[in-house]
Design a protein around this ligand. Structure first.
Ligand code: SAH
Length: 221
């Protein structure tokens, strides 16, 4: 008798990587491998585990969201980490900790700042359960200010919608490194890749449209 294929999370993960990421143009093999390895089901609330690999954002806690896998992949790819040896990354908005786990899986040391203490705890717990806690430090605070004592960074990723690029983040970025940030209004943003050309200059590349929860803080909404 032929048994139906078991619908494991691993199968769902493989399908997600092929259908949602590879076919839509994610090319960086290190990024694709990280998505194949990180158990996304451990980063969504238990009530939504069955939806963990769907092509959509999911609610987490305190009215916040865990981004759609494709958006997490695009942002990760835009950091252009592959050819870098040192990789200390700052994340603003730890949320559920999924983005941080993807970066940790790629060999990065991650400093992640979360405004809401309940979510900082949620991210920390999820990172412990999934085995990534050793590579990620989660702090509670206003990520608009960055993290001076850990700077400079080889990449910075902001996972909440910003009205403008927070100046402290540009200051804390290494020359040649990238800052990825959704910039725009609260209703709609575009994904920007900001390249630090010199101590005084940046170059902004304008990317796809997206919709994130708002950045709240010194340079937020
Ligand atoms: N990267 C997360 C998703 C983040 S959702 C993941 O992979 O799961 C956006 C998060 O940004 C929310 O948790 C929100 O509380 C947080 N946030 C908003 N403004 C912030 C600020 N100024 N500093 C740090 N975190 C902030």
């Amino acid at each position: 008798m032929i048994k139906p294929a078991k619908d494991t999370f691993e199968n769902q993960r493989r399908l997600m990587v092929d259908a949602q990421l590879r076919t839509r143009g994610i090319r960086d093999e290190a990024v694709l491998q990280a998505f194949q390895a990180v158990p996304r089901e451990l980063f969504v609330p238990c009530t939504h585990q069955e939806l963990a690999y769907e092509d959509q954002p999911l609610p987490t806690k305190c009215g916040q969201t865990i981004s759609q896998p494709y958006i997490v992949a695009v942002m990760t790819e835009l950091l252009e980490l592959s050819d870098r040896t040192e990789r200390k990354i700052l994340e603003v908005g730890a949320g559920a900790g999924y983005q941080a786990a993807i970066l940790a899986e790629m060999g990065c040391r991650v400093i992640s700042i979360e405004r809401l203490p309940e979510l900082a705890r949620f991210a920390t717990d999820n990172l412990i359960c999934s085995g990534y806690a050793e590579w990620v430090s989660v702090y509670t605070g206003d990520g608009c200010l960055g993290c001076k004592h850990e700077a400079p960074f080889d990449g910075i990723i902001v996972t909440a919608a910003a009205p403008e690029i927070p100046p402290a983040l540009i200051e804390q970025l290494k020359i040649g490194a990238k800052l990825v940030i959704p910039c725009g209004t609260q209703a709609i943003q575009e994904l920007q890749q900001v390249e630090k050309i010199s101590a005084q200059e940046i170059r902004v590349h304008h990317g796809i449209g997206c919709r994130f929860v708002p950045l709240i803080g010194a340079d937020g909404f």
